[in-house]
Design a protein around this ligand. Sequence first.
Ligand code: NAD
Length: 249
Amino acid sequence: MSNRFEGARVVVTGAAAGFGAAIARDFAAEGARVMVTDIDEAAAEAVAAGLNSALSFGLDVTDEARTAEMAQAVVDAWGGIDVVVCNAGLPHRAAPMIELDTDDFDRMWTINVRSIFLAAKYCVPHMPPGSSIVSVASIGGRRPRPGLTAYNASKGAVITLTKGLAGELAPGIRVNCVNPVSAPTGFDKNAVGLDKLPDEVEAAVVAGIPMGRRARPDDVAGAVLFLASDDASFLTGVGLDVDGGRSIG
Ligand SMILES: NC(=O)c1ccc[n+]([C@@H]2O[C@H](COP(=O)([O-])OP(=O)(O)OC[C@H]3O[C@@H](n4cnc5c(N)ncnc54)[C@H](O)[C@@H]3O)[C@@H](O)[C@H]2O)c1
């Protein structure tokens, strides 16, 4: 394991579980100081307790005042912010779009898109040249399939927001996103109401992924760390497909 992020001040949202917990863990393993944030404050605290030089903060990413307080807490602790990972996000229950409640449609934008606007608004003023923002979008934002249309549209907005913001913040701050394919995290429970996909559904999902499996949190964390690292110092406005080839065809 290298130390690409020695001393870096990193914020991760939705970091108590799934992709976010793996992202926080991998940054810490490479020397970063990590602010582990999540709506589930106790779970965020438990993740941070297992890492070197990590703090935790209860943050519902839909809460503007709390987002501002979180950014200030990082500045108070470490003097600035070098990496912001906007990972928190949720699907709605899978269904044809016209059957979705209007409130659920609005919720997609608030949790998945507005949250990134807020994170940027309150963190960017504290980010020095050379820092970066990485958001977790979805391959569904580029290649939507039926059932998660409002969710996929929100992730399409994350990809567009990433590109637009990258243009605004260059050359000082790079802005990129990753587009993961389906992974067995808490996402499944929120999308279909089950802890584990039924075998036939799992098989159909895997059949659409040339690499022959769903994504793992490590796949996503590896791509996020790459985009945040100096190895990607000329990459901005990029949406990196972490999809095992799902979008090839
Ligand atoms: N798992 C997948 O199939 C998949 C595929 C593509 C993209 N994604 C995206 O990856 C990101 C992480 O999802 P995951 O798969 O790890 O899901 P997960 O459900 O395992 O983890 C999500 C985390 O976000 C937290 N969270 C929920 N609402 C929040 C809020 N309002 N404010 C702050 N934190 C909140 C949860 O407590 C949880 O810790 C999401 O943006 C999701 O849309 C997931």
